[in-house]
Write a protein that binds this ligand. Sequence first.
Ligand code: PMT
Length: 407
Amino acid sequence: MEAKRIVLIMGGGIAAYKCLDLIRRLRERGVDVRVVMTRAAQQFVTPLSVSALSNDRVFTDLFDLDDEREIGHIRLSRLCDLIVVAPATADLIAKAANGHADDLASAVLLASDKQILMAPAMNPKMWLNPATQRNVRQLEADGISFIGPAVGEMAESGEAGPGRLVEPAELLAAIEARLHPSSSGSLAGRHVLITSGPTHEPIDPVRYIANRSSGKQGHAIAAAAIAAGARVTLVSGPVTLGAPAGATTVQVQTAEEMLNAVRAALPADVAIFCAAVADWRAASPADEKIKKTGDGEKPQLELVENPDILKTIAHMKTGRPNLIVGFAAETENVIAFATRKRRNKGADWTVANDVSTHTGVMGGDRNRVHLITETGVDSWPEMSKREVAETLIARISALLHDKARRV
Ligand code: PMT
């Protein structure tokens, strides 16, 4: 197998010593490790010991002329398969979330087009501070994934709570799942197709029919499926989120384009339809901007129904994905309407959510869903969209493994 390379960005924290073990284990597995240390990290572990273990020089300074001449921070950020930040301190997270580039570590993160995995470690109050949580949500929305922090007692203060760096073995497993996506993880070897975001249906060159979907839920499902080792195709309507690292992302605008992209991405083992597809489109979008006439005359907008992507795929005679999961966005009688939708559209499962304005689900960071299957309804407590995604992917993995055992 082709040798893999990671760039490990070490932040300053007492947990930095765990990186020495991590580097050793990665090298034992044939992974090249190139290390960037922040100034603070060098207070906890010496570059000399890191260099000895990684068998490479350690990069510390953005303005080191020798380093820049030899490799340069742009190439450093690109010549790898994955960037791992451990320990990801509150400061490094804040810098990355806000696009700072005033030291080598933050410049590498900003210049990178690779997958980034962050393993936070900090005092629990710092982790739970709304500013840090806001930054983490921003980075997740930008496609960066997180592992941990673990819950426990802090070495320096004795305070307990979420903030410990995950153990090297756990971090190693997360790294391997990203380096070899189809050889490890509960969905290894599976192709998962996900739709996400809204569709935009043109009325004229400047106006369109749309809805409030942000893509946060669908993109979180894609990230969770990637973390579980799946090969993921994400068909996304227009959103401002970054594509999750590791997914093949197809950007579309309209429902018809989304259907074509979904068809083109088949075959898939699992298809999850989370997109908020516009049910109607303008029958004949105008080629030029529709003008106000000045005499109070209103334009007549004739609508036609869009293809139902979920229903089309669920009723395929051949090549139907083994598991089809639809979503149902309702504002009343949520479970009853979603149960009917599951049957009418031919989905195996439906994830129902209440999208009434007061819930803040559309566009927000949290969701409360009901999983409706042939055998009944499972109502989950309110969670972050990331947790909904991870729970859903865990349920899908369990079903597929169960089926495989019975064959
Ligand atoms: O994007 P976020 O801001 O994170 O918000 C998440 C969400 C609320 C959009 C998401 O959780 C959700 O509910 N997605 C489904 C939205 C929707 O269109 O629901 P629906 O009840 O109208 O459609 C039912 C199902 O049919 C959905 O799986 C939908 O993708 C699918 N559909 C609908 C119409 C159509 N023409 N083609 C389809 O495939």
